[in-house]
Write a protein that binds this ligand. Sequence first.
Ligand SMILES: Nc1ncnc2c1ncn2[C@@H]1O[C@H](COP(=O)(O)OP(=O)(O)OP(=O)(O)O)[C@@H](O)[C@H]1O
Ligand SMILES: [Mg+2]
Length: 253
Amino acid sequence: MGVITVFNQKGGVGKTTTTFNLAAALARAGRTPVAIDGDPQAHLSLALGVKDVPGSQSLYALFDQKTPLGMLTRDVEPGLKLVPASLDLSKIDSLYGSDPGITRRLSQAIAEAGWNETPPVLIDCSPMLGVLTLNALMAADRVLIPLAADFLSLQGVYRINAALDVLEKRTDRRFVRRVVVSRYDARRRLSFRIYQELKASFPGIVCDTRIHETVSLAESPMHAKDIFAFAPSSQGAADFRLLVQELESVGFL
Ligand SMILES: Nc1ncnc2c1ncn2[C@@H]1O[C@H](COP(=O)(O)OP(=O)(O)OP(=O)(O)O)[C@@H](O)[C@H]1O
Ligand SMILES: [Mg+2]
């Protein structure tokens, strides 16, 4: 177990929903995860009930002041810690984009915090491949790619896989990858076809578990509750439990 970065350049595919509920599931299992919100939109922070965080207390301070991650971490649920985001993170590209060493700032900070092995770290990415997302990828041992079951998302996986290949070669590292269909609409035949095509095109890395499109998964962040607290007997909760089991069984979680 190490650092899992939840990444897809496509917006609205379920990155935050997946990070949020996986982190919650790990916390419930006593694994004391740390969730890092790497998106200026701060949706993960919001879903965890944390809002209007000043830059000096968010991930931004790591870049701006080199504040250690331990000082930016807060307890949000029993057993779950969060490094929150703030809107200031949207300035990172223009402020630090030309600094060649900047892409390793987060990985170094995670190592300094002693989080490389335990506890598990989950990083939620923004849909843009900028300085922040590169930091999240440079810190990752594992990359989880959530996607919707539609044609454009399928095409997107080819591009993501190619981008990760390039990054692996340039940085001499390996990313263990998993793809999960995080917005599976069982009412559409297309969903199953896309899922089958994904499995055929990317053998061995597509999760068997699909997260169904359900109302409770859409509603739970509004109540600042993970799916296990909000609707423990819902399909969404069952799907996330299965996903955790599957990812644990292959050593990804
Ligand atoms: N399985 C699901 N069922 C129902 N709604 C979902 C599901 N997954 C995600 N959603 C909803 O879809 C929207 C987008 O999801 P989410 O914010 O997790 O995506 P994202 O990839 O993090 O988006 P962004 O790229 O903007 O960061 C949210 O309103 C979320 O509640
Ligand atoms: Mg998001």
